[in-house]
Design a protein around this ligand. Sequence first.
Ligand SMILES: NC(=O)c1ccc[n+]([C@@H]2O[C@H](COP(=O)([O-])OP(=O)(O)OC[C@H]3O[C@@H](n4cnc5c(N)ncnc54)[C@H](O)[C@@H]3O)[C@@H](O)[C@H]2O)c1
Length: 358
Amino acid sequence: MSIVLITGASGLIGSEAASFFAARGFDVVGVDNDMRRYFFGEDGSTAWRRTMLERSLRGYRHVDADIRDEGAIDRLFAGHGSDIALVIHTAAQPSHDWAAREPITDFTVNANGTLVLLEMTRRHCPEAPFIFTSTNKVYGDTPNRLPLVETETRWTVEEGHPFSQHGIDETMSIDSTMHSVFGASKVAADVMVQEYGRYFGMKTACFRGGCLTGPGHSGAELHGFLSYLVKCAVTGRPYTIFGYKGKQVRDNIHSFDLVNAFWQFFSAPRSGEVYNLGGGPTSNCSMLEAIAIVERLTGRPMSWTYSDINRAGDHIWWVSDLRKFQQHYPEWRLTYSLERTIEEIHAEMTERAGHPRS
Ligand SMILES: NC(=O)c1ccc[n+]([C@@H]2O[C@H](COP(=O)([O-])OP(=O)(O)OC[C@H]3O[C@@H](n4cnc5c(N)ncnc54)[C@H](O)[C@@H]3O)[C@@H](O)[C@H]2O)c1
């Protein structure tokens, strides 16, 4: 038996991964306790995705456990042992802003939870590749020190700078920077994932995401920017832009394209790798540009306001350089344009607004 064990299975990336690997004949064990509802309220609950997975995937088993619960996770891994062919760890407290409310919760979920999973993998299925969804926040606010130029709708990097054409690569330092509480807990996890590769020789990788997005996101004000933006546009809820004149740039990758990268890594795993992975130079937008795209789709103006308060440590410009991953895995490429991604989110949100799911 070949099992893919996925944490955060009801979340955006976890549920995409569950569908992807189930479609390729794997049994999937998904761990998720809907803690996103605790973080972000009803908007954030991922219960609807769990229901969807349980109804639609043959060979899917859901485990309602907390990744911090060492005993429960140990029993789960022990029950499957070397049948586990791959571990995809996506469960997290994912919000920069929420982390400052409860640093202990944030750190124990992101750092301790990751350590529990690494250790159980080492104990029960050390040959299984271990994929971790890290974040570009491990670089802290260092990207804000790039020479930035303001244009009508966005910030951009001065022409001629090494990052201006292809984006930011993995050589950027993760030291001497303000990470935010969230960034620090993810750095702890990221470094430990690398260490289980280097020190113990396991096949581990950190995918340092830009904005990960898609119709499977349970967008909330504090996390899931495009999903929440489209939700506001569809329901008429007012949207607030925080700081940087709305010209801050994020690169956006569809969850399918990220999971397809996981597949490539699984097919030819390496040890202790880090990859920046997002929409890269071809799939990125500022807040103002995202609003313009969404308004074109809905055919009406969005209701939004501007708050001059910058979120501490928020990136002004982030575009991932995808070339290291592409060099290691030349078959991988982005299949979604930004517009197509937003169209899919819009279609899903419209359906959900008309037929709310519990
Ligand atoms: N979405 C983004 O823009 C983005 C960007 C960079 C990195 N990431 C990282 O990618 C990963 C996946 O992101 P996502 O957008 O799919 O998140 P998500 O919130 O949609 O999914 C995470 C899931 O984990 C579950 N979970 C949280 N704490 C748990 C716990 N203690 N035990 C068991 N389950 C728990 C939640 O209920 C949720 O369903 C996270 O690690 C996040 O930090 C996300």
